[in-house]
Design a protein around this ligand. Structure first.
Ligand code: PAP
Length: 329
């Protein structure tokens, strides 16, 4: 399977892991992993150890620049879709969205926009970052708001954050299916995690970059306090009225569509290019290591995997966790 998943596994390749990293990780509380054996609780959120090395590296070494735009999310909430949309929006003057040579036709959205906590996989992550086009640099992350590197959070930082979230029931099911695939590929000595166990872990907050609700609330509050810095999006809203939200996204990114572009149908072209149907029809996204990021791409598939009791419990937890926030799914 492609390198993307081996990142979750302890690697033979020597990575420039910060010196104190392994010591920090070995001192952390340990929980049951979904894809790998264990996850570790770091600054209130659970991570696989190899990803955690990248998190600590990012906190110590990453420097945001004012033009950076970050895509933040809990896993399985629409990252791949948003990566495609943000790349297509920001680069539409360079790459015509209807062109037969658009990079998204031959490159996975995950290879168009790098992920902060796996930058450490590059021999020289800083040199790699400097090689990215800065108009703007687009970088994704599953880090919680409070764990983002200081250079992103600083009040005088001009960088911006797009956050995408999703109904926790669908996020849970999507994460469970994805984790099963990675586990069987990389840790086939571990038995598959039954849905009942994954469900209990998710409810307890022990999921990749979880607790899910704390993750969402961190960005939700930041979006209320600093709406020019954080744009808060929901997968379900994006599915319901893609055109409206894609235009909002472009405005927030500082790449608004002109009236002329709207008349020419550029918004529609980008939506079509990045649609689940189009991306899943492309050879590049059918390859192992890429295809796992595409499954159903629908709202409400969780009802096909969770019992009515599970759905009720998850809805109750969600209602209770979000009670005073003003946020609803
Ligand atoms: P990641 O956090 O590991 O990058 P992410 O892309 O956020 O994963 O989530 C994958 C989900 O988005 C999958 O949902 P499902 O399991 O419920 O089907 C995947 O199918 C869906 N997805 C991927 N690409 C698109 C797209 N272009 N439009 C809509 N949904 C998509």
């Amino acid at each position: 399977m492609a390198a993307r998943f081996s990142r979750l596994k302890a690697q033979e390749k020597k990575r420039n892991v910060p010196e104190n990293c392994r010591e920090i990780i070995s001192s952390l509380p340990k929980g049951q992993g979904w894809a790998s054996e264990h996850v570790y609780l770091y600054q209130g959120f659970w991570f696989d150890p190899v990803i955690l090395e990248g998190v600590i590296w990012a906190q110590q070494s990453f420097r945001a620049i004012d033009t950076d735009i970050f895509l933040a999310s809990s896993p399985k909430c629409g990252t791949t879709w948003l990566k495609a949309l943000m790349f297509a929006i920001a680069n539409r003057k360079r790459y015509d969205s209807s062109s037969q040579s658009h990079p998204l036709l031959t490159t996975s959205p995950h290879d168009c926009i790098p992920t902060l906590e796996i930058l450490l996989d590059h021999d020289d992550p800083i040199a790699y970052l400097e090689s990215l086009p800065s108009s703007p640099r687009l970088i994704s992350t599953h880090l919680s708001y409070t764990s983002l590197p200081n250079s992103i959070l600083n009040a005088d930082s001009g960088s911006r954050i797009v956050y995408i979230t999703r109904n926790p029931k669908d996020a849970l099911v999507s994460l469970w299916v994805f984790s099963k695939a990675i586990r069987s590929e990389n840790w086939n000595h571990l038995p598959p995690l039954p849905i009942e166990e994954a469900f209990d872990l998710f409810c307890e907050g022990v999921s990749f970059a979880g607790p899910f609700w704390d993750h969402v609330l961190g960005y939700w509050k930041a979006s209320l306090e600093t709406p020019n810095k954080v744009l808060f999006l929901k997968y379900e809203d994006m599915k319901m009225d893609t055109q409206c939200w894609v235009k909002r996204l472009a405005d927030f990114m500082g790449h608004s569509f002109s009236l002329e572009e709207e008349r020419q149908g550029v918004v529609q072209e980008i939506i079509k290019l990045c649609s689940f149907q189009n991306l899943t029809s492309l050879e590049v996204n059918k390859r192992a290591g890429n295809k796992e990021f595409f499954r159903r791409g629908e709202v409400g598939d969780s009802k096909n995997h969770l019992t009515p009791e599970m759905i009720k419990r998850l809805e109750e937890i969600t209602e209770q966790k979000l009670a005073t926030s003003g946020l609803k799914f």
